[in-house]
Design a binder for this molecule. Structure first.
Ligand SMILES: Cc1ncc(COP(=O)(O)O)c(C=O)c1O
Length: 444
């Protein structure tokens, strides 16, 4: 396909005319499709229906150590759940604290407690003038939503295929005591599907923060969410690496079974150093007597062990891999070579990150909406919803059926082409004109 950037004005005009006709055809279909949120689809949820049979009224609800799961207590979570989640997170059960049904909730709590009571004896953040946070971009909108809610100043840090710009991270963290944290989705990142390389993880573990209460918020939400058996990303385990580097308390690691079993009815956990855990427990005792142990037991009985969980993830992959591949194929067929867009091809996770021409993301999302396809709002992948280039869109292929997804992806590419062609057409010759003007001014 001929690059839009190399087309004459006439060629562009006829391309726009054809695309408008195609767009109208889609509009007449009265579609109602949703590619906006990273939710598992129905078939994926069906995979975990066995959870409902794992326990019944005849079941013995005692743990291996005799604890009756029906009753109060066990703040940390039951041991067998710590073993299972420990294997999932690649951490020792002693470093794990099991929470409730959402890891985002755990992250929110960590920040809330840091504000009200401080981190390991340091001044509570509410008593400080300013708190700042590093935000790799594009990133996860709900992370940015938490830091925004607490009035934290967010500093965008560019992401590359290897992770955040570590020169920038090291420099900022070492020089500014107001910087207290960084959001990281280190494996199959939201939205790019990138995984941090070894050097990035090693540099994270060796950060020298000016603030003693700086913590890396390592949200490994997609740790075992591979799309392929043979092409899997590998991530160095950060807790062990921090320990090796002599920085054992530097990181809070988060995860959950949200996209393994039922989002909202799974189990979430934090893995961190003994010192951090002690600090968390001190505060947590005032918050709860213990989380849902019956659900913890249900998950353990359903999976058996980590091998059961890995096998289960293969079934998820079998359902969603064709969806990712369908989107990639449609993007390749309809956008490749036009020089108007780039997109990621992840080996796992839940998203594809799409970059269009500058100043087109909002228009593309709007056009898609008017033809019945809901996308994540443009700007969501940036703090305060402010994408300075207005060109990034997060694509979430998992939720729609394969057929719906194909239709949505095709319409999306029509919107991308139409908006981009119109933009190039509008600006046609402007650059040349600016150059001519400059020459005239010079001559004068
Ligand atoms: C990176 C990341 N972290 C956390 C979550 C939410 O996890 P939970 O359901 O455990 O709160 C999501 C959901 O999309 C996510 O993408």
């Amino acid at each position: 396909m001929k690059s839009y950037l190399k087309m004459s004005k006439e060629e562009l005009a006829s391309e726009i005319e054809a695309l408008r006709k195609e767009y109208k055809k889609y509009q007449s279909l009265e579609l109602e499709l949703d590619m906006s949120r990273g939710k598992p689809c129905r078939e994926q949820l069906d995979l975990s229906m066995g959870l409902m049979d794992a326990l019944n009224s005849d079941a013995d609800l005692s743990c291996e150590d005799g604890t009756d799961c029906r009753n109060y207590g066990v703040l940390d979570g039951i041991h067998e759940a710590k073993v299972l989640i420990g294997d999932m997170m690649e951490n020792n059960p002693d470093n794990i604290l099991i929470y409730g049904n959402s890891s985002l909730n755990v992250m929110y709590d960590q920040i809330a407690r840091s504000f009200t009571h401080g981190v390991m004896g340091n001044t509570p953040w509410c008593k400080l003038d300013k708190i700042k946070w590093l935000c790799p971009v594009p990133g996860y909108d709900r992370h940015f939503g938490i830091t925004e809610y607490f009035g934290i100043e967010m500093i965008p840090v560019p992401m590359s295929v290897n992770g955040p710009d570590m020169d920038m991270v090291e420099k900022l963290v070492a020089s500014d005591e107001a910087i207290k944290g960084i959001w990281c989705v280190p494996k199959y990142s939201n939205p790019q599907g990138y995984s941090y390389n070894d050097e990035t993880v090693r540099r994270f573990a060796r950060l020298k923060p000016a603030a003693k209460d700086f913590r890396i918020y390592w949200d490994n939400a997609y740790g075992i969410h591979h799309l392929y058996d043979d092409h899997q990303d590998y991530l160095i385990e950060i807790l062990a690496e921090c320990k090796r580097a002599g920085n054992p308390d530097l990181v809070y690691k988060f995860s959950s079974t949200s996209k393994i079993t039922f989002p909202g009815s799974g189990i979430a956990a934090i893995a961190t150093s003994a010192n951090n855990l002690e600090d968390i427990r001190l505060q947590l005792t005032h918050q709860t007597i213990g989380h849902d142990k019956v659900n913890q037991l249900r998950h353990v009985r359903f999976f058996g062990d980590i091998h059961g969980m890995v096998e289960h993830m293969r079934k998820h992959a079998d359902i969603i891999r064709p969806k990712f591949e369908a989107v990639e194929k449609i993007f390749d067929e309809n956008l490749k070579g036009l020089e108007i867009a780039e997109w990621t091809k992840p080996n796992g996770g839940y998203f594809i990150s799409f970059d269009g021409l500058e100043g087109t993301a909002k228009l593309i999302v709007d056009r898609a909406k008017k033809a019945g396809v809901k996308l994540t709002p443009a700007g969501s992948t940036w703090p305060l919803h402010k994408d300075p280039k207005d060109n990034n869109i997060r694509i979430a292929p998992t939720y729609p059926t394969l057929e719906d997804l194909k239709t949505a992806a095709k319409l999306f590419t029509v919107c991308v082409r139409l908006v981009s062609a119109e933009k190039i057409y509008e600006n046609f010759g402007k650059n040349e004109k600016v150059e001519e003007k400059k020459k005239e001014v010079k001559k004068a």
